[in-house]
Design a protein around this ligand. Structure first.
Ligand code: NAP
Length: 527
């Protein structure tokens, strides 16, 4: 029986590719689910339609109206929530809770940008700061204005968040007024494909505002030009390759890369076992090992613990991890499913092996679990929840260099005050990360660590007893806060409320007769 083919939606219609296809698989059963290929789909026509039809339609609207489109998009995803979550369970190995995180994150981000649209009102421009006097005459003024770029936003997403990845990037670009071509990772594209079907069936967006590629990018990246934007999420290697493409360099294409990250969680020496802060820390670490089988770009990979607390931390983490029920994610009792693909399983196991060989001790897991619940023997791409430990901060250099993108994290003990300086240096390794979380009630320690690591992180989460009850975990990306990080993390920045719009707009310094500049600026929204 032939498998269903995922079509691309470009130039205002569904188009079937006709070349060599990639098979999408259920990572629990290894059953084939669908095929995808973009070969034969005309990428130049896709760009032309997005640029000539989608762009003008979006730019004719103000922020408020674009926000209303996002509101409709958000509501539609919510209305189809169960159906979309089922696709996450089937095609990405998500538990229902994992899939909910993805789908609800998508709706919430769209809704948040819809709210921002309402706040920005009917304007189409953003006014940056106050006007300034730039000459000897008071008539001469300067003012910065942001206007929408006239090209297309190409969004290339990773496999781990098919709904949120599509929605968070699209929400920002569409609110800024740029048409989007979205390409999900092929292996888990079923959910993103269904989202595109919903957008088309329910006519949620103007023609040309959102196009969708099923399968590889083909020559999409080669066709990017000066007014276009590339926003990429995936491995650092692919990010670097795309950034280095000839046309991308020659045309100064604006590029945003969200890549790998060795996110750290740091426990302060003042935190007593059993305290609220301690409990928050343990909860966050366990969640990040098991949620989405550890396949979150923001997941904690390195856990820095004062040596005096190591035994208690180790014991509690092992106790909690022992409660993890690994198996078929469609079953209610299962709390962790497989990783998304065979390649992922191979990479994750190889990564753990690398850390072991380099000297990290396996406290639990470290391989394929024996009998995942409800799964046929020998099937599925499972990796056991894994906790490793190093003898000291620097005993295993690879822990600070190699990201294991799966259900694995490593404990790293630090000693006295001198070690805090060394610990900060290691947290910064790789030139940066997406997020680090610091758990302490000692304000001086929080301050020292924050100031030590801030310049190499896009986000720092400070956890203490004051916020323990309602804390947002470090793994959750908030639409109003920036997501991204320097160095290894790709050097990018997404979201952050209105800040995200800047990627898709051009800031122009305008100088001239003050009253005229003021009247022009009055058409925009001051930020
Ligand atoms: P990947 O191989 O780089 O793939 C990511 C995306 O790029 C996919 O859509 C893929 O398409 C596409 N792609 C691959 N090669 C390409 C090329 N030569 N030209 C154009 N597009 C290309 O990454 P991955 O291994 O799937 O993703 C896991 C990595 O992503 C992890 O390292 C993780 O840290 C990182 N990640 C980062 C974030 C973040 O927000 N910073 C979020 C999630 C994941 P196909 O699927 O069709 O090959």
């Amino acid at each position: 029986m032939s498998l269903p083919r995922l079509d691309s939606f470009v130039s205002g219609s569904w188009q079937q590719g006709n070349g060599r296809s990639v098979t999408l698989v259920d990572p629990t059963t290894e059953a084939s689910l669908a095929e995808a290929t973009s070969e034969g789909v005309s990428m130049s026509s896709a760009y032309a339609y997005a640029r000539d039809v989608g762009g003008p339609a979006l730019r004719a609207l103000g922020f408020r109206e674009r926000g209303e489109l996002l509101r409709g998009f958000s509501r539609a995803l919510h209305a189809h929530r169960d159906e979309l979550m089922a696709l996450g369970v089937k095609n990405a190995g998500n538990t229902r809770s994992d899939a909910k995180f993805d789908v609800d994150g998508a709706s919430a981000t769209l809704a948040s940008y819809a709210d921002l649209g309402a706040e920005l009102g009917d304007a189409k421009m953003l006014v940056d700061g106050e006007p300034m006097n730039i000459g000897r005459s008071s008539k001469l003024s300067g003012q910065h204005l942001w206007t929408t770029r006239l090209g297309v936003a190409l969004h290339i997403n990773a496999f781990n968040f098919p709904a949120w990845g599509l929605a968070e990037k699209a929400a920002v670009a569409l609110l800024a007024g740029m048409p989007v071509i979205s390409k999900p990772a092929t292996s888990t594209a079923l959910m993103a494909h269904r989202i595109m079907q919903i957008v088309v069936e329910e006519k949620l967006l103007p023609p040309g505002a959102l196009s969708f590629i099923a399968g590889s990018t083909g020559d999409l990246v080669d066709q990017l030009r000066e007014q276009d934007v590339l926003a990429f999420t995936g491995s650092g290697g692919t990010g670097a390759q795309l950034r280095g493409m000839k046309n991308v360099i020659a045309c100064s294409v604006r590029v945003n890369v969200e890549a790998d990250s060795l996110n750290a969680a740091i426990l302060g020496g003042d935190v007593e076992a059993g305290s609220e802060t301690f409990e928050l820390f343990v909860k966050d670490v366990v969640r990040d090992i098991t949620q989405k089988a550890g396949q979150k770009c923001t997941a904690i990979r390195r856990v820095f613990v004062p040596r005096a607390r190591l035994e208690e931390v180790r014991a509690l983490l092992l106790e909690r991890l022992a409660d993890t029920k690994v198996g078929d994610p469609s079953r209610d009792e299962v709390t962790m499913g497989p990783v998304a693909t065979k390649r992922q399983q191979t990479d994750v196991l190889a990564g753990i092996e690398r850390l072991k060989t380099a000297g990290a001790r396996v406290l639990v897991g470290g391989g394929v679990p024996e009998a995942p619940i409800g799964v046929e023997a020998g099937k599925g791409y499972f990796v056991a929840p894994t906790l490793l430990e190093c003898a000291s901060l620097e005993s295993v250099a690879d822990v600070h260099d190699h990201e294991v993108f799966g259900p694995s994290t490593t404990l790293l003990p630090y000693d006295g005050d001198n070690d805090v300086t060394k610990m900060i240096e290691l947290v910064r390794r790789g030139g940066g990360g997406l997020v680090a979380s610091v758990y302490a009630d000692d304000k001086a320690f929080l301050r020292e660590v924050f100031l030590g690591i801030a310049s190499s992180h896009g986000r720092v989460v400070l956890g203490n007893e004051k916020v323990a009850g309602g804390a947002v975990p470090p793994g959750t990306v908030m639409p109003g806060l920036v997501h991204g990080g320097p160095g290894r993390a790709g050097g990018g920045e997404e979201l952050g409320g209105f800040r995200g719009l800047f990627l898709y707009m051009q800031r122009t310094a305008l100088q001239g007769y003050g009253p005229f500049l003021a009247s022009l600026a009055s058409e925009g929204k001051r930020i």
